[in-house]
Design a protein around this ligand. Structure first.
Ligand SMILES: Nc1nc2c(c(=O)[nH]1)N[C@H]1C(S)=C(S)[C@@H](COP(=O)(O)O)O[C@H]1N2
Ligand SMILES: [Mo]
Length: 254
């Protein structure tokens, strides 16, 4: 798969390798798959320590594919009542709160590129003029916490239609103004609860929570919900991601 060449190698100490191999084995046993079946599925030899890295990525990509098949493009994630909203909401990023990027809002433009007909950039006012959807949903962070919030914005599907995106392409990628990056599969991009959020709790997104534009989708873990989006691109090459390239499962559906 072409995706693999873009991913950094996982460097592991021999002990960690052994542990990981054992974890993989236990996972496999529980899933009812034999080592032989996995070798066939991934094309890797599980007995050989040097192959662990290859096996991990292969399993992860295999997981992505299986999860992608299982994902129903229309099934809605749970929504909540206004009185269930978590206050204060929780901030998270790969840096502390005082390093949240400063963005020149009046000059902000959303860049659009890749497999789209209209590559023109967008101002916030233009985005605000597109149809908006509101949702009260739960953001779940892989670190073990979750919080319910209210986001409003343009359904990503509506936006993609407006820019003449090739909706048969495989992925939509996001580049953020804090150098974070991520991407999602097209089925998730077209899901009705996947929005480019402009508002949080009835007000324009505040800096901490991803101003001026963030991806919000209750069908994916928190780290896939890119904040401070500066550029969107449509592509057939897996765009990877800040955490995804460090080993988090790329698909990370809920
Ligand atoms: N640009 C950017 N987006 C990001 C992150 C980040 O560090 N930078 N962190 C992710 C993670 S791990 C989580 S859990 C959520 C947190 O969103 P919140 O601050 O609104 O709770 O944002 C995600 N999106
Ligand atoms: Mo997270």
């Amino acid at each position: 798969m072409s995706d693999q060449s873009r991913r950094p190698k996982i460097i592991l100490e021999p002990d960690q390798r052994k542990q990981l191999v054992n974890i993989q084995r236990r996972m496999l046993l529980r899933s009812g798959l034999t080592l032989g079946a996995v070798s066939m599925l991934t094309g890797c030899n599980l007995q050989d320590g040097d192959e662990v890295d290859k096996v991990l990525w292969a399993m992860s990509r295999w997981n992505d594919r299986v999860q992608g098949w299982l994902f129903s493009g229309q099934k809605l994630a749970q929504t909540y009542r206004a009185d269930q909203i978590t206050t204060p909401f929780r901030f998270n990023a790969y840096y502390p709160e005082y390093n949240v990027p400063e963005i020149d809002i009046p000059n902000y433009r959303l860049e659009v590129s890749g497999l789209v007909q209209k590559k023109a950039s967008w101002t916030l006012e233009q985005l605000q003029r597109l149809p908006q959807e509101s949702q009260i949903t739960r953001l779940i962070c892989i670190e073990g916490w979750s919080a319910i919030g209210q986001w409003k914005g343009v359904p990503l599907k509506t936006f993609l239609q407006h820019v003449g995106a090739d909706l048969t392409a495989k992925y939509v990628g996001f580049k953020c103004d804090d150098r974070y990056y991520s991407g999602i599969d097209m089925a998730t991009a077209l899901h009705p609860q996947t929005i480019l959020a402009l508002d949080f709790g009835g007000k324009p997104l505040p800096p901490d929570f991803g101003y001026p534009l963030r991806l919000r989708m209750p069908t994916k873990l928190g780290f896939k919900n890119a904040k401070h989006i500066g550029a969107i691109f449509v592509t057939n090459e897996n765009p990877g991601g800040y955490w995804e390239d460090q080993g988090y499962n790329w698909y990370s559906g809920i």
